[in-house]
Ligand binder design. Structure first.
Ligand code: ATP
Ligand code: MG
Length: 402
């Protein structure tokens, strides 16, 4: 079984090349090696767009089309919409009860975003709570990995703390003791004694070696004892750590190499800065946007040499051009051998070429919206099976199954 990855994107506008290079391209790559769950984070979009939900409605399915156009394969990954799964909200509510306010106030993106998005009133309960909603999104699928950029690493850390606290609070009822004893009873006598010895050593000294030795016993049992279950392993792993049963799995941040794409003005590409090239922009639009880009301000006349380091077009060459083209640009610019429009042409060509397969793949879905709805429907039902099972475990652990 492949480890599960979970990630989402907010449907707050048309996707641009920054979204592709910074996230989507990586999602496509992960499909082969992981069981990927990708969701439309429409509730998260509401944390900043609660006054204009129409924007979200407009972008939900368009975003899914862009995902598929970029190479997500609905046969390989699970694509769904957050709000179609009320289980996320249920887990969020239950986790909220025991989450200290300070944990949320301390999340670095909280104050950052409030400062950055001054034109919106983000002094809301929903905005403060969104990293906890994110924690619920992740934990409900027991995801092992979450691909994150630097700025989101703190959210995964919060998710881990929330899971740890939950397991500690609710993973140790009377049934835990009895079930643990039953699982130990399935072990060979020597292994059971050895496991207890390692558990004691780990509890007293925190020795990583003792923990590893104990875990080795559990792993051996999982492959050699008939009638051994995944639940037995979970129980004994929790028992070994003195942590109780693992009901919610702590995810890990998956740090992967992604490109931060600059926009037309050299600042980070973002729709709110008006400096974006959209994944769906037509070739003529791409050409118009790139031709209109500012270049090194010192290069007033065609005969003035320029400095690529001061030109946002150079940033695009760094992403889109091969070494010979970059050499040609560097020499041509610094010696006034080429003009700015000449320099821009290979970037235009490269972007249009990159978009070509997206356009081809998107065409079929744009013409047949029902097919997109169907893909999301299938994904949502696949996700629902997992979410429901987790909520069953959670309610049981909290004693809410009356
Ligand atoms: P925008 O920034 O255009 O308003 P948004 O705020 O709705 O879009 P984000 O949450 O900023 O969307 O981005 C969604 C994902 O895309 C994140 O993983 C983010 O890192 C990535 N991303 C967005 N813009 C860029 C960019 N210019 N370069 C690289 N990655 C980007
Ligand atoms: Mg942004």
């Amino acid at each position: 079984m492949k480890p599960r990855v979970l990630s989402g994107m907010r449907p707050t506008g048309a996707l641009h090349l920054g979204h592709y290079h910074g996230a989507l391209k990586n999602w496509v790559r992960l499909q082969a090696d992981y069981e990927c769950f990708y969701f439309v984070a429409d509730w998260h979009a509401l944390t900043t767009h609660y006054e204009e939900p129409g924007v979200i409605e407009k972008n939900v399915y368009d975003m899914v089309i862009d995902w598929i156009a970029a190479g997500l394969d609905p046969e390989q990954c699970t694509i769904f919409i957050q709000s179609r799964l009320p289980e996320h909200a249920e887990l969020f509510t239950l986790l909220a009860m025991g989450t200290p306010l300070g944990w949320l106030e301390r999340v670095p993106t909280y104050k950052d975003q409030i400062d950055k998005l001054k034109d919106r009133d983000l002094a809301t309960y929903g905005f403060l709570g969104y990293p906890l909603l994110q924690a619920a999104d992740i934990l409900i699928y027991k995801a092992s990995f979450v691909p994150v950029g630097e700025d989101q690493a703190s959210h995964v850390e919060l998710t881990r703390e929330v899971a740890r606290r939950f397991n500690h609070l609710y993973g140790r009822g009377a049934s835990f003791e009895a079930q643990t004893a039953a699982a130990i009873g399935k072990l060979a006598k020597d292994d059971a004694r050895y496991l207890e010895k390692q558990r004691k050593a780990f509890g007293e000294t925190g020795s990583a070696e003792a923990l590893a030795k104990g875990e080795a016993i559990v792993k051996k049992a999982a492959t050699s004892i008939a009638g051994w279950s995944e639940a037995d392993s979970e129980l004994l792993m929790g028992h070994l750590r003195g942590a109780g049963r693992t009901i919610l799995t702590e995810p890990q941040a998956l740090h992967t190499e992604v490109t931060k794409l600059p926009g037309l003005d050299g600042a980070k590409m973002s729709k709110s800065y008006g400096n974006a090239i959209l994944m769906r922009d037509e070739p003529a639009e791409v050409a118009k946007k790139i031709r209109g880009m500012m270049t090194d301000p010192a290069r007033v006349r065609r005969t003035d040499p320029g400095n690529p380091e001061k030109c946002p077009v150079w940033d695009f060459h760094k992403v889109y051009s091969d070494a010979p083209t970059r050499d040609w640009v560097w020499k041509g610019c610094t010696t006034a051998g080429i003009g700015c429009l000449e320099c821009k042409q290979p970037v235009i060509d490269a972007i249009v070429k990159e978009q070509q397969p997206w356009r081809e793949r998107a065409e079929k879905y744009l013409a047949n919206p029902k097919q997109v709805h169907w893909i999301v429907e299938m994904g949502t039902e696949r996700a629902r099976i997992v979410a429901r099972q987790t909520m069953k475990d959670v309610r049981e652990a909290m004693g809410l199954n009356y």
